[in-house]
Design a protein around this ligand. Structure first.
Ligand code: MG
Length: 407
């Protein structure tokens, strides 16, 4: 029995945006689906299901060309807020498996795990657990690669796509890489690959044994590192990011100073709606609610309250904020020229969804669906008198079942 050995796992959601669309439109399962964005006024494929890829569609291609290749594809617009919510839930699952996680993109992360005794069995089981959790909790598929370092784990994941799992045995890194084309190595694009082929270097095995003088012509100062990586040696560490400690706030200066409780409550509710909508769009809930009140004479006071449970629910935030504001106004007995509401102690919304608190989760998902409608049709009116705030704090309204909340 040796000590704990370090392994790296690379997880990459399959055809993420397109799969996310199929997830909420099950009738599209098994059909070619293209998600297209308009980065510069020109529609470009940002994701496509494997059914569309079979026709030669790939991301980055113009939508016109994609439809020429695959005329029957269903084309859907990018819905960033929805994908971010899923991506946060994906990361929350990964954080249950490791605390050393590097997020590489919206749908890709690598992380470090310890292996006790049996490299293949333990990594295989961990990979299966991750894939099962993503399937059960998100309704998506993820491909997982595992190995001795990040290069090997990443290439293993690429190799196993889609919906696959590949564990590279310890000590077999060079043997795994040798037969793969040089383009399999992250950082080697088509141009570099063509240059390498000019020197007779086609496979990673060729790269692993190429003379350094030749590799220097292609890679410059990175020549040693690239040859080492082709040999399955990679010392790049996982760089865990600090979980973002930012806050989300909004303030409003009124055209006419406010004093009546109804006016203050309405203004508070609107600010609470705005900040919670932003928090949900960015995939966060807040542990702390702060308020700022500026009175007619410019005296400015702030108060904050730490919540028992983090929330992204606008009624909860409005109720807490209003209670703080009401007390300040009652004590100061002066009209108010500015109000602000701020959320801090932000954490991923997904953590709460993962707790299977279904009622809260449903309410948040319904709010998220309303956010998407609002983004499309404009703001929805928010007028919530304090009595309703107190009521909704106790008993969240039963929202309509959002279309993408599957059983
Ligand atoms: Mg992916």
């Amino acid at each position: 029995m040796g000590g704990l050995q370090r392994a790296v796992v690379h997880a990459d959601l399959d055809a993420f945006f397109a799969a996310a669309e199929v997830r909420r439109r099950p009738e599209l399962r098994g059909t070619p689906v293209i998600v297209a964005g308009r980065p510069e006024g020109r529609s470009v494929v940002s994701s496509a299901t494997y059914e569309a890829r079979r026709f030669g569609v790939h991301s980055g291609m113009s939508l016109g060309e994609a439809l020429a290749r695959c005329p029957n594809a269903v084309v859907l617009p990018v819905d960033g807020a929805y994908y971010r919510t899923l991506a946060d839930a994906f990361r929350a699952i990964i954080f249950r498996l490791s605390s050393v996680v590097e997020v590489l993109s919206i749908d890709e992360a690598c992380f470090e795990v310890g292996v006790q005794e049996n490299w293949m069995r333990e990594l295989w089981e961990l990979g299966q657990r991750l894939r099962q959790a993503v399937r059960d909790e998100l309704g998506l598929t993820v491909t997982v690669g595992a190995g001795a370092n990040r290069t090997v784990a990443k290439i293993a994941a690429d190799h196993a796509k889609p919906d696959g799992l590949l564990v590279v045995p310890q000590g077999a890194e060079a043997r795994f890489l040798a037969p793969l084309p040089v383009e399999a190595m992250p950082g080697i694009g088509p141009r570099t690959a063509a240059e390498l082929r000019g020197y007779g270097i086609r496979r990673l095995g060729d790269l692993a044994s190429a003379p350094i003088s030749v590799l220097r012509l292609v890679f410059g100062r990175r020549c040693e590192e690239m040859r080492e990586r082709a040999r399955g040696i990679d010392r790049q560490p996982i760089r865990p990011e600090p979980r973002e400690p930012k806050s989300i706030g909004q303030e409003r200066t009124f055209a006419r100073d406010l004093f009546a409780p109804k006016e203050l409550a309405d203004a508070t509710a609107q600010l609470a709606a705005a900040v919670t909508r932003r928090a949900r769009a960015e995939g966060y809930q807040a542990q702390t609610v702060s308020v700022k009140v500026r009175f007619r004479d410019f005296t400015t006071l702030t108060r904050q309250r730490r919540l028992d449970t983090p929330t992204a629910d606008e009624a909860t935030v409005a109720a807490v904020a209003y209670a703080l504001i009401e007390r300040l106004v009652r004590d100061e007995r002066r009209p108010v020229r500015l109000l602000g509401v701020r959320l801090s102690g932000l954490r991923p919304l997904a953590v709460q969804l993962a707790l299977f608190d279904t009622q809260t989760a449903r309410r948040l998902l319904a709010l998220h669906a309303l956010d998407r409608l609002a983004a499309r049709w404009g703001e929805r009116p928010v007028h919530v008198p304090p009595s309703v705030l107190a009521h909704s704090l106790l008993r969240p309204a039963e929202p309509p079942r959002p279309p993408w909340l599957e059983g």
